[in-house]
Write a protein that binds this ligand. Structure first.
Ligand SMILES: Nc1ncnc2c1ncn2[C@@H]1O[C@H](COP(=O)(O)OP(=O)(O)O)[C@@H](O)[C@H]1O
Ligand SMILES: [Mg+2]
Length: 624
């Protein structure tokens, strides 16, 4: 992730403006009442807070020896009680304000997070290919946290403190002299200026610290994830060394960050002490001149100390707000990325048809300077099977991505049942097509969930029927937890063959009229492949099927085979006609046949060698 660069101030303002509507939500009467109530509670808490020193000062004066005896005893007691009540009120009102506002803030976070999430799903494949997914979810997480922190500090710390400062300055001026107000305001201005300047300077150390921390973390996680590889190469010491390197840099950054924090605190305390001393001197001379009482001195002192407390965390609040706003901007920035593929304004749902696929002189490149498909044309009649073969990188998977409309073609047209894919809604198009990819990725959930994903809301019977058709039902039943078995992250707890069968079951459940098998069995061994072929043959019956294959044995039965090379169709025909033509396809076929024969011979030889060896020898090997 790019670390938070100090963004221009107007960006911060823009982020706040984007957030504002969520704080005054349309049509949400309850939330609006909460906002108003929170503001009233804030004002009440501050008022109580400002009254505290006054009552306190009166109590001190009432307790002073010179005042009379008699009735005077009840006065200070009442004042002291009032003092206690006001103090309690001040914090109680503050807590109530937080409680009332919590829902407004949480709702704003929820709305924004959902909006960004939906937008991310609407964004194009190209966008997601270029971004690390973990990074994206972190941007949302940080953005939502940014909303909470900036709101909290701004609404409940900075703004109330400013209000209080103005209040107190007015009181000091009105009750005593302008010199008191000026001293206080002067002290605070100096304090704030020092804090902000110093904090800005320190920010660089903090940033380095966070960066190095993230680096150390990434290294540790990566190293532990690659546990096996580390062992294979015996590189534990190397890993530890790399990790320590990061830790050392972290240590250095941490120490710098901490010592500068201590300097900041010391500087703040110094400014405050100077301000307090000057004020006390003013008050002392006031008392000497008889214009002020001891209670007045206590009051002035209490005001300053009371203001000092929230200012104490000013540096921290400033940093948090700044960071929070930056995180918010990054999140809102995601919303500004336009989806590359959009439904046309007049898009209609794909009309129900038999399932004809047509590529008409299709040209396409992921990047402008490199064309992947250079004029590809073919038609798959409803219910028929077209096979696409060719070397890796020829653009076979690209054909399937274009059919799904993950990208738009740069020339020509792709159509389904005579309708250009750009003229229909993406959801209806994708609903009509099912795909079994080479590397199926499963959700970290149960087998049942993963199969049912093909058609959310399917009944258990339907899920099991699909599993039976995909020949995975019996396997699932043999598992101790059956369909409730969790498949692990990305489905890692299943073997490749099992995962593919789950993927097939999921597609059967979806029941699309067009099926794409994109090297669906390439990652499997020949034997598993043969088993799965039967399941695949069942699924593709009566469906328009696009088979993309590396192993030619799987495409022999196709109605038409096209050989893709360098973005063009080099050959086309049935298996028999292509073999007869003795071109590229025939050549590939011969090479694969040889490879298969060699592999089988090797396997046979190995099996015989194993049998020839003495039994004890083999036992010894397995023990050793
Ligand atoms: N998202 C992408 N961005 C840029 N180039 C890509 C992208 N996806 C694939 N390519 C390139 O396009 C070419 C065709 O890819 P693909 O259709 O996946 O080939 P294959 O025939 O092996 O399925 C490859 O050279 C690949 O490097
Ligand atoms: Mg591919």
């Amino acid at each position: 992730m790019p670390s938070a660069k100090p963004a221009a101030g107007d960006n911060h303002v823009r982020a706040l403006m984007r957030l504002a509507p969520y704080l005054w939500p349309k049509g949400e009467v309850e939330l609006r009442i909460r906002v108003v109530a929170a503001l009233l509670l804030l004002a009440a808490a501050k008022a109580a807070n400002v009254l505290v020193p006054m009552v306190y000062a009166h109590a001190v004066d009432a307790l002073a020896p010179k005042s009379g005896v008699g009735a005077a005893v009840t006065v200070p007691v009442a004042l002291l009680l009032g003092y206690g009540i006001l103090r309690v009120m001040s914090s109680l009102l503050g807590e109530m304000r937080n409680a009332v506002f919590a829902k407004v803030q949480a709702r704003a976070g929820r709305r924004v997070a959902l909006m960004v999430f939906e937008h991310l799903h609407a964004l194009s494949m190209r966008f997601h290919m270029d971004r690390a997914t973990g990074g994206l979810s972190r941007v949302i997480e940080r953005g939502v946290r940014g909303i909470a922190t900036s709101l909290n500090f701004l609404l409940f710390n900075i703004i109330p403190t400013i209000v209080e400062i103005l209040f107190v300055a007015a009181i000091l001026w009105w009750m005593f002299a302008v010199s008191f107000a000026l001293t206080m305001v002067g002290t605070i201005v100096a304090y704030v200026a020092f804090t902000l300047t110093f904090t800005n300077w320190r920010l660089a150390f903090r940033r380095t610290m966070n960066q190095v921390d993230e680096e150390a973390n990434t290294k540790a996680v990566d190293s532990l994830l690659n546990y096996e590889t580390v062992k294979y190469f015996g590189n534990e010491a190397h890993e530890a060394h790399r990790y320590e390197d990061s830790l050392t840099r972290y240590e250095r950054a941490y120490v710098r960050s901490e010592t500068t924090l201590n300097m900041l605190n010391a500087g703040q305390a110094f400014i405050m002490a100077v301000g307090l001393t000057v004020t006390m001197l003013l008050a002392g001379s006031g008392i000497a001149a008889g214009t002020m009482t001891v209670g007045d001195l206590v009051m002035v002192n209490t005001y300053l100390i009371q203001l000092y407390l929230p200012l104490n965390i000013l540096g921290f609040a400033y940093r948090e707000i700044k960071q929070g706003l930056t995180d918010m901007e990054q999140m809102f920035g995601l919303l500004e990325v336009p989806p590359e593929v959009r439904d046309a304004p007049d898009a209609v749902p794909l009309a129900r048809g038999a399932g004809e696929i047509r590529f008409d002189d299709v040209r396409f490149g992921y990047r402008p300077n490199r064309e992947i498909l250079k004029g590809v044309s073919f038609t798959v009649p409803p219910g028929r099977m077209l096979a696409i073969v060719g070397p890796t990188g020829a653009g076979k998977s690209t054909v399937s991505r274009l059919l799904f409309r993950f990208y738009d073609v740069t020339g020509g047209a792709v159509s389904v049942d005579g309708q250009d894919v750009r003229g229909v809604t993406q959801s209806s198009l994708r609903h009509a097509i099912g795909v079994v990819p080479q590397d199926t990725v499963l959700f970290n959930d149960t087998i049942r969930y993963n199969i049912a994903y093909g058609r959310p809301g399917a009944t258990d019977e339907e899920v099991e029927a699909a599993a039976r058709a995909a020949q995975v039902h019996d396997f699932v039943l043999r598992l101790p937890e059956g369909y409730a078995t969790r498949v692990g992250e990305r489905g890692l707890k299943l073997s490749g063959g099992e995962k593919q069968r789950v993927a097939i079951a999921r597609t059967i459940l979806k029941d699309p009229r067009i099926l794409i098998l994109d090297e669906a069995t390439s990652a499997l061994d020949t034997r598993t492949e043969q088993e799965i072929q039967t399941a695949l043959r069942d699924v593709s019956r009566n469906r328009t099927t696009l088979v993309i294959a590396h192993r030619l044995s799987t495409v022999v039965e196709a109605d038409e085979i096209i050989v893709l090379q360098d973005g063009r169709i080099a050959e086309r025909g049935t298996h028999a006609s292509l073999i007869a033509a003795d071109g590229l396809y025939a050549e590939m076929w011969r090479r694969q046949a040889q490879a298969v024969a060699a592999a089988e011979a090797a396997a046979r030889a190995q099996a015989e060698a194993d049998l020839d060896r003495p039994r004890a020898d083999r036992l010894g090997e397995s023990v050793g």
